[in-house]
Design a protein around this ligand. Structure first.
Ligand SMILES: NC(=O)c1ccc[n+]([C@@H]2O[C@H](COP(=O)([O-])OP(=O)(O)OC[C@H]3O[C@@H](n4cnc5c(N)ncnc54)[C@H](OP(=O)(O)O)[C@@H]3O)[C@@H](O)[C@H]2O)c1
Length: 333
């Protein structure tokens, strides 16, 4: 267990990636008490300089020996690195907050969204998992409704930005868009099909039952974070040609009746949420607006007239911030 200090030695593992860079920005913006920042990536990035509080920090190569003396390590270098290095870091006395999916469903590792299940931080044994980006923003919006009316079932369809795949995917959308507008052929590399001007109903690999791994993550992680195995979730996850911020269409069935106005009132008071819901004035959550912001934006709140106790809503949040870096730094705080 980490001792309380005035300032901490903090590491970002995967510091040159889409999430890692955002972690450095969020640590700086929130004035996290950092005594020293250490940045790690692969040998490809050795010696690169990343700015933190107007000082250049040099990127070092990640090895098994680097964790001595580090208090908190924010990992975002892919699942294989987390599987290999997180236990080594934890053994060296460091608290690991891991962004990959490697430890999320491990029964000995808490999976935490601070607005939803902060109590689970108490039982960590050195590794704390950060949930999947699409799950985080959904559970922030579900929790107040679950507490008030008990959610029985959720049907969610996601519209996920390319930054959720990482920096190479952002480059792919940029270059494909330019190629198409200049009448050049498109060569998909990161995604199985063209992503520019297209929607791909596939995120991650397909499993035997026809669902993708991303869809299964949303089902299992929601139950673990909400500490409730009875919530039934079914998901369709879609990659869309948006650079930053994921949107989701969510249909909720509750045990107790709750009206759209009651949901609006509940969510307006809930932490981490901004209700953005005046459709007659064109006000509803948009990914271009949610990008760069910390909150989960919720709008299009309305009753589902096809069932007794149903609510529909549309949410948008920045996948690199609340979906990854910000949630990790909030856990550290
Ligand atoms: N993007 C999101 O919205 C999001 C949300 C939640 C969770 N995550 C998870 O966060 C992780 C990183 O995602 P990302 O989107 O930031 O990916 P990314 O942009 O591709 O960045 C990957 C990072 O990992 C480093 N890395 C790769 N191989 C390494 C190795 N052998 N040793 C040390 N460092 C290595 C890279 O360093 P180099 O620059 O040296 O290659 C880079 O810093 C993934 O596990 C992902 O599932 C992402």
């Amino acid at each position: 267990m980490l001792k309380k200090k005035d300032k901490y030695i903090v590491a970002v593992v995967g510091a040159t990636g889409a999430v890692g860079k955002e972690m450095v920005t969020v640590l700086e913006e929130r004035n996290f008490p950092v005594e020293k920042l250490r940045l790690f990536a692969s040998e490809r990035s050795e010696g690169k300089i990343i700015n933190f509080h107007q000082r250049g920090v040099t990127v070092e190569i990640l090895t098994e020996k680097v964790f001595d003396g580090i208090d908190i390590a924010l990992f975002s270098a892919g699942g294989d690195r987390s599987l290999q290095y997180a236990p080594i870091a934890a053994k060296a006395g460091c608290v690991v907050i891991d962004n990959s999916s490697a430890w999320r469903m491990d029964p000995a590792t808490p999976l935490v969204v601070p607005e939803v299940n902060p109590q689970d931080l108490k039982w960590h044994k050195g590794i704390i998992a950060n949930p999947n980006c699409s799950t985080i923003q959904m559970v922030v919006a579900l929790k107040p409704i679950h507490d008030a009316a008990k959610i029985k079932r959720v049907v969610v369809t996601t519209f996920q930005s390319v930054s959720g795949t990482g920096s190479k995917a952002m480059d792919e959308l940029f270059h494909q868009t330019a190629d198409i507008l200049n009448f050049r052929d498109v060569k998909p590399v990161v995604y199985p099909h063209q992503i520019a001007f297209n929607c791909l109903p596939q995120i991650d690999k397909f499993m035997d039952d026809g669902y993708t791994k991303e869809e299964i993550k949303m089902v299992n992680e929601t139950k673990k974070i909400m500490n409730d195995d009875s919530i039934r979730v079914t998901a369709t996850t879609v990659r869309v040609p948006v650079f930053r911020a994921h949107s989701e269409s969510i249909n909720i069935e509750t045990e107790k009746k709750i009206t759209a106005n009651e949901v609006r009132a509940l969510l307006s008071k809930a932490p981490g949420i901004i209700v953005y819901d005046a459709p007659e004035k064109g006000v509803y959550p948009l990914p271009v607006f949610a990008a760069g912001k910390d909150e989960v934006y919720v709008g299009r709140i309305r009753e589902d007239h096809t069932i007794d106790n149903g609510i529909n809503m549309w949410i948008a949040a920045d996948n690199l911030r609340k979906g990854a870096a910000l949630n990790a730094v909030q856990i550290a705080e």
